[in-house]
Write a protein that binds this ligand. Structure first.
Ligand code: ADP
Length: 458
């Protein structure tokens, strides 16, 4: 069920990533395509405009009669073709003659890119020069800018300018066309690149989106598994005392007669299980409040030396019952102050000392030290107990994790003590770590930021 949900979510995420990226890529492709078309067109039009303008300004001052050819035409465009026959058939081959014989307008003939037409006022072509002129549409129009297509489908951009005689009568028109073949070829190449490149990049984007979605899902997957583990552990822990209470009640109910002592023993047993249950629920609630950052902390400046010696006093009886030596070195000459919630710090130190006592065999030692280091208060709870294997050390701060569940449970441990200690330390912007070797002992080290100065308080 969980795998299905995660795969579905991963698919969805990957599809959205891919869609968004494909849209962005598509848009970029379109913009590049449009920008390139515009840049080419602008450069072609500028070139055409300059050729047309130059021809126009060289020829126009020499015109005398409308529609009449002057010597300047041949001077400027040596291969100009005047007759109808020539216009229809020979202009192209004529234009193919040696380019270097075309004077200053060799560009007109070069690479068969240009054609020039002279049209009289009745829109009849008088003279032509250049490439493929015979394949252009026979209807002549005189719009300044036109795009024409010849019989083979090649496109031309054409500029027309009116020519005037010296006495300012309309002579006719000069029309200069430039082949767009080069542009069309480039655009075709660009279109092909986009047509093949886009699907390939979308495929790559899809694959990387799938990988990215997997990466994004990993912490969610991890926390989901942790949550599931937590729920199952919590249910298990709650079920144990509940089952014990249930069993006790069932046994008593099965009895025909219950003596006062038996009744008291039963109630004591139920109370013990009940206490275990409520302490477990309280711990769970506390952790959940830390998780949601809703745990109210009553921060005040507290003297760690005093607090630790109070806790030591509380645990002294427990330690001596367990035949352990509980000692401390607190350096009273230099009291250490922290800004903290007293109850929480009390709980933190108690958990560590309780564990040290719990996991240290008789005749062992438990020592608590307090010192300063780089602006931090350092509390160390050291024991000569059973120790923790290296592989387990990273997990002991996890909720409900126990190295030896039987031993821990029999001594009343719920597996939440160190998780709570860690939550308290983190809520106080400190750190907790452990150094331990099996059968040698453990050293839990807590670091908490020291409050600026004690004097400021007074
Ligand atoms: P518990 O209630 O089981 O003690 P904790 O969260 O306090 O739960 O500790 C988690 C586990 O870490 C314990 O079950 C125990 O295996 C190990 N542990 C904690 N403190 C010590 C210690 N001082 N020495 C050896 N093992 C320890």
């Amino acid at each position: 069920m969980q795998i299905k949900l995660f795969t579905k979510t991963r698919w969805r995420l990957a599809s959205w990533y891919a869609l968004v990226l494909a849209l962005i890529l598509g848009l970029c492709g379109l913009v590049v395509y449009q920008v390139m078309i515009r840049a080419y067109l602008v450069s072609i039009d500028l070139e055409l405009e300059s050729v047309t303008g130059t021809l126009h300004s060289v020829i126009e001052p020499n015109l005398k009669q409308p529609g009449q050819i002057e010597p300047v035409f041949e001077l400027v465009l040596p291969n100009l073709c005047f007759t109808d026959g020539c216009y229809n058939q020979q202009a192209y081959s004529h234009a193919q003659l040696a380019h270097n014989r075309h004077g200053i307008f060799s560009a007109v003939y070069k690479d068969k890119r240009y054609y020039v037409r002279f049209v009289d006022t009745s829109l009849k072509v008088i003279a032509v020069a250049g490439a493929n002129v015979n394949e252009l549409p026979s209807t002549i129009r005189t719009d300044v800018w036109q795009t024409l297509r010849d019989a083979q489908g090649n496109r031309y951009s054409q500029k027309s300018l009116e020519l005037h005689t010296q006495d300012n009568r309309t002579w006719g028109y000069i029309q200069v066309g430039r082949s767009l073949k080069e542009l069309d070829n480039r655009l075709l190449a660009l279109k092909l690149t986009l047509a093949f490149g886009l699907p390939t990049s979308i495929f790559l984007v899809g694959a990387s989106s799938w990988w990215l979605a997997g990466l994004a899902m990993r912490p969610i997957d991890r926390s989901y598994k942790q949550m599931q583990q937590f729920t199952s552990d919590a249910s298990h822990e709650l079920r144990t005392p509940l089952a014990a209470i249930n069993a006790t009640v069932e046994t008593v109910l099965d009895l025909e007669y219950l003596s006062e002592k038996e009744a008291r023993d039963t109630l004591i047993s139920i109370r013990r299980q009940n206490l275990r249950l409520s302490s477990l629920v309280q711990d769970l609630l506390l952790l959940s409040r830390f998780d949601q950052k809703t745990q109210v902390t009553d921060r005040q400046q507290i003297c760690l030396n005093d607090l630790i010696s109070d806790v030591m006093e509380e645990f002294s009886a427990l330690a001596s019952n367990a035949d352990l030596e509980l000692s401390s070195s607190l350096e009273y000459s230099q009291p250490v102050y922290v800004l903290a919630d007293e109850d929480q710090i009390l709980r933190l130190i108690s958990n560590l000392i309780a564990n040290a006592i719990k996991y240290t065999p008789s005749y062992g030692y438990v020592n608590v030290t307090l010192k300063r280091s780089n602006g931090d208060a350092v509390i160390e709870v050291k024991d000569t107990g059973i120790g923790i294997p290296l592989t387990e050390q990273v997990r002991i701060f996890d909720r409900f994790y126990r190295v030896d569940s039987n031993r821990s449970r029999s001594s009343g441990g719920s597996g939440l003590g160190l998780a709570i200690a860690k939550a308290i330390v983190e809520a106080h912007k400190g750190s907790i770590k452990v150094h331990s070797s099996p059968n040698k002992g453990s050293n839990f080290i807590v670091q908490l930021p020291i409050c600026s100065t004690h004097e400021q308080l007074h």
